[in-house]
Design a binder for this molecule. Structure first.
Ligand code: HEC
Length: 258
């Protein structure tokens, strides 16, 4: 009785393991594993690199914002990138925001202010889809959190526009991307060397721009990370000191007892 049951159990377990392996293998053929990048915000002491975020915001503004919104961000949030109040005002004023209604009951456009949400490129998702071959470019304010692999995935995707392998059918109007699930993506390759000119003299190569824009987008999807890490480290120090004090107190209280 017992050995047959055990045999059955072993067979079922082996079968399950086999299925798992097959599934993993077919997935591995689908998209290569994501190359791991070094991020300034990795680990418990990680913080966002402000210079990288400013460059990344420039890439977003000059390239990605033609198609993608960052609807959860307000201009005033950009102070976290190290901009002064005046710089934030100046950045906001370069965009037009809808306000109103005025005395005639009309909505009107005016330069944006720090208290305005950053406006997106399209009035609604339908218009966004129509302008992009039927697929609306997703909002970018949470994209790094919303995808498996997070920053490594978005970075790989931006660098993943390679020629399609022989025999692969690229759907008309779509582009081959090594890291996009099923490889047919509706986004044309957004980056090319020298597409922007960085004020700090950093060379605008595709990997550099991808790294910077991902740093900016990672901050956008988790702006409190720096504060969380700071609090975490403080709590840790507090606990270490606390343990020391309690240990000293225990020694003193029990010193007389033998
Ligand atoms: C010409 C328009 C256009 C530009 C410019 C553009 N994108 Fe896209 N993007 C799209 C479209 C359309 C999709 C939807 C693709 C799909 O689902 O097939 C998309 C999807 C994405 C995705 C999600 C991929 C996924 O896994 O679903 C990311 C991340 C992304 N874009 C990042 C960027 C970044 C970063 C930039 C700027 C460097 C940028 N895009 C510039 C049109 C654009």
């Amino acid at each position: 009785m017992w050995p047959t049951r055990l045999a059955k159990l072993v067979a079922v377990a082996a079968g399950a393991l086999g299925l798992l392996l097959i599934q993993q293998q077919s997935q591995a053929q689908e998209t290569p594993p994501l190359p791991q990048q070094q991020w300034s915000f990795d680990g418990i002491f990680g913080t966002y690199d402000k210079a990288a975020m400013q460059r990344g915001f420039q890439v977003y503004k000059q390239i990605c914002s033609a198609c993608h919104a960052v609807k959860h961000l307000y201009f005033r949030d950009l102070a976290a990138l190290g901009y002064t109040e005046d710089q934030v005002k100046a950045i906001a004023a370069t965009d037009q925001c809808t306000d109103g209604p005025n005395d005639q009951g009309q909505m009107y456009q005016r330069p944006c202010r720090p208290s305005d949400p950053i406006p997106g490129p399209f009035p609604n998702d339908k218009a966004a889809a129509v302008a992009n071959g039927g697929v609306a470019p997703p909002d970018q304010s949470l994209i790094v959190k919303a995808r498996d692999g997070g920053p490594d995935y978005v970075y790989a995707l931006l660098n993943g526009f390679t020629p399609a392998p022989k025999g692969f059918q690229v759907v008309s109007g779509k582009y081959y991307n090594e890291y996009f699930p099923a490889h047919n993506i509706s986004m044309p390759p957004p980056l090319s060397d020298g597409a922007v000119a960085f004020a700090d003299g950093t060379k605008a190569t595709v990997p550099q721009m991808a790294h910077d824009v991902v740093t900016f987008l990672a901050w956008a999807s988790e702006p409190n990370l720096d504060a969380r890490h700071r609090i975490g480290v403080r709590v840790f120090l507090f606990l270490i000191v606390g343990v020391g004090i309690f240990y000293a107190a225990k020694r003193k209280i029990w010193a007389a007892v033998h």
